[in-house]
Design a protein. Structure first.
Length: 141
């Protein structure tokens, strides 16, 4: 099963959460090989989550503006395969790292974020599902 097909299956079951990540880190995950999301808290959660780009632009304003990185919505999906306290990755600084096994870039879907893992609204899930089905029909992923 392709990553897109497995994510579609999860969305159709209604079994999906999102994780808000400040830009430019979603960009780094999708384009620069960032393979871990650092957090102050551990998770037992595994599998696909939607990646929400938070509205806060305080991390690297110049890069965010230069690349016109989207804020305040879903920009992709990641598959978390593990939660670790150590990792041989230049992106890891802990104390906990959600290991990213797969990623899918998605067209921007405006969405209100929240702390921790959160359940996106039904309209957001429907828009993401439509985008994924279109990608699948074009043979992507």
């Amino acid at each position: 099963m392709t990553p897109i097909a497995s994510l579609i299956e999860r969305l159709e079951r209604g079994d999906i959460k999102a994780l808000s990540i400040r830009q430019p880190y979603p960009h780094h995950i999708l384009h620069d090989g960032k393979d871990v999301e650092n957090r102050d808290w551990p998770t037992k959660g595994r599998g696909w989550v939607l990646m929400h780009a938070g509205k806060n632009d305080s991390e690297d304003r110049d890069l965010i503006r230069e690349k016109k990185l989207p804020l305040g919505g879903i920009v992709g999906a990641i598959r978390i395969s593990d939660c670790v306290e150590r990792m041989d990755s230049s992106w890891f600084y802990g104390p906990y790292g959600f290991v990213i096994a797969d990623k899918i870039e998605l067209p921007f879907v405006a969405c209100k974020g929240a702390l921790g893992f959160f359940k996106p609204e039904a309209a957001v899930v429907a828009a993401v599902l439509a985008a994924l089905k279109s990608m699948e029909a074009r043979g992507e992923g």
